[in-house]
Design a protein around this ligand. Structure first.
Ligand code: WT7
Length: 648
């Protein structure tokens, strides 16, 4: 084993075969079919992706499927395409024209349903509004909205005229909006007066006003009236959405764009430095989003599909908007919090709309576990047939709960590994093919060639932890970081020669299943053993008293690094007895080398707005240091203050 490798300690032997009733109806339904597709994707990527691309609508067919090598690849060059046309117009010539595209529910309980025809009309009108405001093909438009249908409308309107959208999640601050406006040199921003979150108004327009003091490129502001709250409207700069929409035509041709035309920029915060503007282009991205939706979510004409992500994240871009709409699916969207007005809200929505495919994040699942089984138990969840997970490794305990409590041991679970940068799901079970193991994202999808390697790029053996890389280009990969191609090359292509590497550690087990071990930046080095923090966390969460755990290293005289565990309990306060019990529990689950040095009970953990634990901040606390660097992505600043108080 190379000295760079990460020692794996997680043992998971349970395995779940796809139920026969699922297999018989699945879009991909046999191991042979998967293997044959995967092999072709590896041996003949151009042939493989070229055939699939025929399922999209092209104004002009491409000349070349794939040009260049990583990092600089182009897909479907010479082809002319439009993402908005593919998500809308295509369906209007079929029976789908009156099918629900979006079933939306606001946090206060208001609802709207837009058919494909409705959505098409609104998108065309808003595209005409954008043109009237001076937006041209190639310009950038910022969207800073709650999760309301206008967000989907605005993104597809941008796509229709070839304006590149940059969506900023509604939880970000005025400063974050200003930075992103400036980096993209956005011309127009679309926002709302406010949005609803846990019964409170999120002050979006106020944040925009603040941001525009520092972002001079933005000339016009469009404001959706959502909450009805009082906002300041600056004459000749700010316009109400409804006023602008009242007198534009509902005819707007989709612009015939190059396949490599930039569809959107999405900023992703690295652990250090300024946010990276990940650029995705049109043809390849759309193909990736469409095919993976069909394969992984097994989408059928009559599915009611709900991905709980906000469109402000890549998950929402690919699996609330472009992927499912391109497939002509019915998408459920919910504006607000999972615990408003109570902890049963998600299950209420599933029961009410008879949701069949449900895609959410481990952080949400752990919150559900903490809130108690009686919440989901109150509702009829029998419409569900498939469950998904994304965002971080799902601990086996959380996986089992999801399988039992939500899926009634009947629904396959797809644990999907991917990134903002990959644009679409890369590793995941195929629900009608792949036996699942709790905690593993299993295998690469067709068209994806992954490997676990050391820093020189040598493949590691079974159960040796190393760096997860992608060896072959794929259509939905990022093309650059906006305005900084060098940083793009440096960040993703300099660690392992010839490969794409975006920071995760992983191992493959003896069956070739991939187990993500978290970000390599989070690896512990205890007495010379490189351990994955995520595995220690999994062990802790397997204890009946624990709801959530975050594990970090801190400087230790003897061991180099000691193990500090921040633990949130399902209920009650921690005690010394429980502390001892947890330490024993981890020793038993993993071994003496992983014995925690400190256990700290805390009511909450510092998380990004997308639910990822910010271990960097916890490392500072464990080491007794001040935190430096960006904390603007933190969901709740008071969590850090509380942790620091305990320290004193
Ligand atoms: C990072 C990417 C991709 C949509 C949401 C996050 C982690 C994501 C999994 C998974 C283990 C996962 C990785 C990855 N991650 N999905 N199924 N199992 N880890 O997008 O913000 O770009 O984050 O999330 O560490 O690199 P993102």
């Amino acid at each position: 084993m190379s000295s760079e490798s990460i020692q794996s300690t997680l043992q998971e032997t349970r395995s779940f075969a796809p139920p026969a009733s699922f297999v018989s109806q699945a879009n991909i339904s046999s191991v042979e079919q998967y293997q044959q597709m995967w092999q072709r994707g590896k041996d003949d990527p151009a042939g493989f992706w070229g055939d699939l691309a025929a399922e999209l609508h092209w104004f002009r067919k491409w000349d070349t499927v794939l040009e260049g090598e990583m990092p600089n690849t182009k897909w479907f060059t010479g082809g002319k395409i439009n993402a908005s046309f593919n998500c809308l117009d295509r369906h209007l010539t079929t029976w789908r024209k009156n099918k629900a595209a979006i079933i939306w529910e606001g946090e206060p309980g208001d609802t709207r349903v837009l058919t494909y025809q409705d959505l098409h009309r609104e998108v065309c009108k808003f595209a005409n509004v954008l043109k009237r405001l001076g937006v041209r093909t190639g310009d950038r438009v910022t969207l800073y909205l709650p999760l309301i249908p206008e967000l989907t409308i605005a993104m597809l309107a941008c796509a229709r005229i070839g304006a590149t959208h940059s969506i900023i999640f509604g939880g970000f601050s005025a400063d974050a909006v200003a930075d992103r406006n400036n980096d993209a040199e956005a011309k127009v921003i679309v926002t709302a007066d406010g949005g609803w979150r846990r019964g409170k108004e999120v002050l979006l327009k106020q944040a925009v006003d603040e941001s525009l003091k520092k972002s001079p490129t933005v000339q016009k502001v469009v404001v959706v009236r959502r909450t009805g709250m009082q906002v300041h409207m600056m004459p000749d700069r700010d316009y109400w959405w409804n006023d602008l929409m009242s007198d534009v035509s509902a005819d707007c041709d989709a612009v015939e764009l190059d396949s490599e035309h930039p569809l959107f920029i999405l900023y992703t915060s690295g652990s250090t430095g300024k946010p990276k503007g990940v650029v995705h282009t049109t043809g390849g991205y759309l193909l990736g989003a469409m095919m993976t939706s069909k394969w992984v979510f097994d989408l059928k004409e009559d599915d009611t599909y709900w991905c709980t992500a906000d469109i402000g994240w890549i998950t929402g871009h690919s699996y609330v908007a472009y992927g499912p709409l391109c497939n002509g699916s019915t998408v459920v969207m919910y504006e607000g919090a999972p615990n408003w007005p109570d902890e049963g809200r998600f299950w209420d929505i599933i029961e009410k709309y008879r949701v069949s495919v449900f895609y959410t994040a481990p952080t949400a699942i752990r919150a559900f576990i903490k809130w108690g089984d009686h919440w989901p138990a109150k509702y009829d969840l029998s419409s569900l047939r498939l469950l998904g997970s994304v965002g971080e490794p799902i601990n086996p305990e959380a996986w089992m709960w999801y399988h039992r409590m939500i899926g009634a041991e009947r629904c396959p679970i797809v644990d999907t590994w991917w990134q903002t940068e990959t644009g679409a799901i890369m590793l995941s079970p195929l629900p009608g093919v792949t036996p699942t193991k709790p905690g593993s994202c299993t295998q690469p999808l067709p068209g994806v060639v992954c490997d676990i390697v050391d820093k020189e790029g040598n493949s590691l053996g079974p159960n040796e932890g190393g760096l997860l890389v992608l060896r072959q280009p794929w259509p939905s990969m990022l093309r650059t970081l906006y305005g900084d191609h060098e940083r793009f090359v440096q960040t993703y292509f300099s660690t392992v020669p010839g490969c794409y590497f975006a920071g995760d550690g992983a191992r493959k087990d003896e069956d070739g299943y991939v187990w993500i071990m978290g970000r390599v930046d989070d690896v512990l080095n205890v007495a010379g053993h490189r351990l994955s923090t995520m595995e220690v966390e999994s062990a802790l969460v397997a204890h009946e008293a624990v709801a959530e755990a975050a594990v970090v290293g801190f400087p230790h005289d003897i061991k180099g690094e000691g193990i500090c565990c921040f633990v949130t309990l399902k209920s009650g306060d921690g005690s010394e007895a429980l502390e001892r019990d947890l330490i024993q529990h981890v020793r038993k689950q993993i071994g003496a080398l992983a014995t925690p040095d400190k256990i700290r009970f805390t009511p909450a953990l510092p998380k990004t707005r997308s639910g990822k634990i910010m271990r960097r901040l916890l490392r500072d606390i464990a080491a007794g240091r001040e935190s430096v660097g960006d904390t603007t992505t933190l969901e709740d600043l008071s969590v850090m203050a509380k942790l620091r108080e305990q320290e004193e």
